[in-house]
Design a protein around this ligand. Sequence first.
Ligand code: PMP
Length: 370
Amino acid sequence: MAQGDEERIINLDHGDPTMYENYWQKKGDETTIVIPGWQFMSYFSDATNLCWFLEPEFAKQIVRLHKVVGNAVTESRYIVVGTGSTQLYQAALYALSPNTDAEPISVVSAAPFYSSYPLITDCLKSGLYKWAGDARSFSKNGPYIELVTSPNNPDGFVRHSVVNRSEGILIHDLAYYWPQYTPISYPANYDLMLFTVSKSTGHAGMRIGWALVKDKEVAKKMTKYIEINTIGVSKDSQLRAAKVLKVISDSCEISNIEQDDSFFEFSYRLMAKRWKQLRQAVHQSGLFSVPDFPPQSCKFLRRVFEPQPAFAWLKCEGEIEDCESFLRGKKILTRGGKHFGFSPKYVRISMLDRDKNYDTFVERMSRIRS
Ligand code: PMP
């Protein structure tokens, strides 16, 4: 253990994907882009496209990557780019809300749900939509919007809608439907799917996400929302994202899938290593538990494996009621279950931090006793 590690605060509250830095560092200049000052100055990217601020090269690389990985259908879909999938979530709420009704439409998701959903949904106290909590206990009649996050943040399980009524409108948040986290069993084929570079490539700072949208009117309204909100999305970021996606697709197609050069092979192995370390630490400590996942076959990596989510949904077994405070006492910062509409006996822990932090964390966990 390095000197001072005992005292160091380990912050695993946010899902900041810094573990990917090593891969991109090894790639060196392959993803470097240079943009002269006189280029890409206009608001417009392609005035003939429904999403007029979408860079054509970025759209091309999105379609290519989904084809390479096989995780989503892109045929007969409109692509809408957003400043992170966070903006696209808001655009989707705007587009899907029937603004004829007197009452705002209910927005639900099965607990534990991503902690930002209620905050984003209600921050402006919209007259169009309103957070209505856990989808499992939702019993109001009439139309509603259900968010299906699969694999789920925070617990990593594959999910399907739970309300299942005819008046339901679904948003599928597929931020983690990539082979380093979960077996890719089929190309997702839903009406409105959200993706982000934050969790797929690790470039959270680019603030780029994309939506695959079946319905033309919904795609148009989402585009309108982004026009009103930010008059489009940074072209610099889209071009950088296009380059990163291209390098990933190249790394999967050119290299033998067994080699570390493949982005998904590299990240799959790192996640597998980290989950093994965590399960050992949890076992050694005896105070905690983490979910077990059934193994499934991944069509992309061509192997059977257990999901290895971007977050660990850790439960304090025994008498500890507030797991977040307990771990804070051990200088480990996590996000408590209540933020996700769940019990405070649980915490969410980011698995995506830099090696040094992650290794200190598991080492510290393994030594925690009651
Ligand atoms: N959806 C889910 C399920 C997430 O976990 C996150 C990031 N934590 C987001 C959306 C937001 O992603 P972005 O950085 O693209 O706004």
